[in-house]
Design a protein around this ligand. Structure first.
Ligand code: GFB
Length: 327
């Protein structure tokens, strides 16, 4: 019998994907569609996850068997740094409301999603799960990180006190279809795709890259991440959170070069040291995940090409407007 056969069964379960309109949530819906389960979702306009009563009412009406928490206020380095109150309050409230309601309404399995920014700024690389709370956080995203650490602790506390099967996964930087391309709020991959495309279209000779280009990041294609999360739901039931990554990182300058190749742009890179670098390096130790039987499939170049295709099909106009608006 494989580990999967022995684990949690999704078949005929009602699975609530919280945050289904986001990049990760929509990838989860795509992935769960291949399972024999019922997927339920609700829009933000109908249920505001920051409001306890609304979450309890929804959970009482819907009675999901499984909850996947892909709902969060997320953003790139500048958005995190500019809106600390939004990032800490919204994410704390979402975590507390959904996890407590899942307990009250007897949810059989809950998967909470965090981020690799929960680890200390200068954690030894690659970052093992045991690096949590061993040092100070990166200041630009400490607000988001504290809320995500609280989510891990909530899962552990409800497991310990109430015997709940609530688990937590910490994905590395994700990218792919459904990403946010708003330059003021987004992460580096969508930002560089949109900016490189605009530079090529306008015949610009240089491409602006924030920071020094030296920080290193690990990027995982979002459909790979969704596959890893569904795998965890089936095979993992433990107190400790689990890192989700591909185990390889790249310098931002190199990433920019790769995106220029994918987009077909041959201008020069211009680094804007006035913008923050953030954490010097974020590479996850994925040995726990590998031990659970999962490894990433999509190579970075291939994933970037898929993300660019999605941008061309869906987000080109919006992103061009955003670039125009910021001059
Ligand atoms: O993806 P990013 O915004 O987030 O930035 P973090 C990664 C690196 O890319 C930083 C550089 O060193 C940026 O300075 N970069 C270069 C750019 N050009 C650009 C650009 O045009 N736009 C952006 N956004 N970056 C976030 C955290 O950190 O990552 C969140 O703030 C979360 O809390 C998320 O953990 C996954 O990797 O630095």
């Amino acid at each position: 019998m494989s580990t999967e056969d022995a684990g949690f069964k999704l078949a005929r379960r009602r699975v609530w994907v919280a945050g289904h309109n986001g990049m990760v949530g929509s990838a989860l819906v795509r992935r769960l569609a291949r399972e024999d389960c019922e997927i339920v979702t609700v829009d933000r306009a109908a249920v505001d996850l920051r409001r306890t009563a609304e979450v309890e009412a929804w959970m009482g009406e819907t009675r999901p068997d499984v909850v996947v928490m892909a709902a969060a206020r997320v953003g790139g380095i500048l958005a995190n740094d500019s809106y600390p109150a939004d990032f800490i309050y919204d994410n704390l409230m979402i975590a507390a409301n959904v996890i407590d309601a899942a307990h009250r309404f007897d949810v059989a399995k809950l998967l909470f999603l965090g981020s690799s920014c929960i680890y200390p700024k200068h954690a030894p690389q690659p970052m093992a799960e045991s690096a949590l709370l061993t040092g100070p956080l990166e200041p630009t995203n400490q607000w988001y990180a504290v809320a995500k650490i609280a989510g891990i602790k909530l899962c552990q506390a409800y497991r310990r006190q109430h015997g709940r099967d609530f688990i937590a996964a910490m994905p590395t930087n994700l990218y792919g279809p459904g990403d946010n391309f708003d330059l003021a709020a987004c992460h580096v991959v969508p930002a560089l795709i949109a900016k490189t495309h605009a530079a090529r279209e306008s015949g610009a000779t240089t491409l602006e890259v924030w920071g020094t280009g030296k920080p290193r990041r690990e990027f995982l294609y979002v459909d790979d991440a969704a596959d890893a999360l569904v795998h965890l739901l089936k095979v993992y039931s433990g107190d400790d959170h689990v890192n989700i990554g591909c185990g390889e990182d790249i310098a931002i300058a190199e990433l920019a070069g790769l995106i220029c190749e994918v987009v077909g742009y041959d201008g020069a890179l211009r680094f804007d040291a006035g913008k923050p670098d953030g954490t010097p390096r974020k590479l996850l130790d994925v040995s726990r995940l590998a031990g659970l039987g999962w490894t990433a499939r999509t190579p970075l170049r291939e994933g970037l090409a898929l993300a660019y295709d999605w941008f061309l099909a869906h987000a080109g106009e919006g992103a061009r407007r955003a670039i125009g608006a910021t001059g």
